[in-house]
Design a binder for this molecule. Structure first.
Ligand code: ZN
Length: 109
């Protein structure tokens, strides 16, 4: 069972209370961008075996969006943080680096 703590209301919710929103920290591309960038924004997503940053919505709770960092293999949750954060908080990256030395969140290693 996946258990995530909503950073907006503080409730620890299992996945039945949450709605997945896909990969976090995507850079939005608009009509003015080149075709390759727009295609990548629309269709290309990481699907890593390991650390992944995701968007979730506390659908049956406060209704707000948040981000979660977790391991897709072990289901270990490294932390959750507000959706307004443009990058994962340092303490979450440190927690990930302790388990995965050399991890680079922008490289998705
Ligand atoms: Zn909530």
């Amino acid at each position: 069972m996946l258990l995530l703590t909503c950073p907006n209301c503080g409730v620890a919710a299992d996945e039945t209370e949450l709605a997945p929103g896909g990969e976090a920290h995507l850079t939005r591309r608009g009509p003015g961008s080149d075709d390759a960038s727009f295609e990548s924004y629309l269709f290309h997503r990481r699907n890593p075996r390991g650390v992944h940053f995701e968007r979730w919505r506390h659908a049956h709770g406060c209704g707000k969006w948040f981000h979660a960092a977790r391991d897709t293999v072990t289901l270990e949750v490294y932390g959750t943080y507000p959706a307004q954060c443009a990058a994962p908080p340092r303490e979450i990256l440190d927690r990930i680096a302790a388990k995965h030395p050399g991890f680079d969140w922008e490289g998705g290693a």
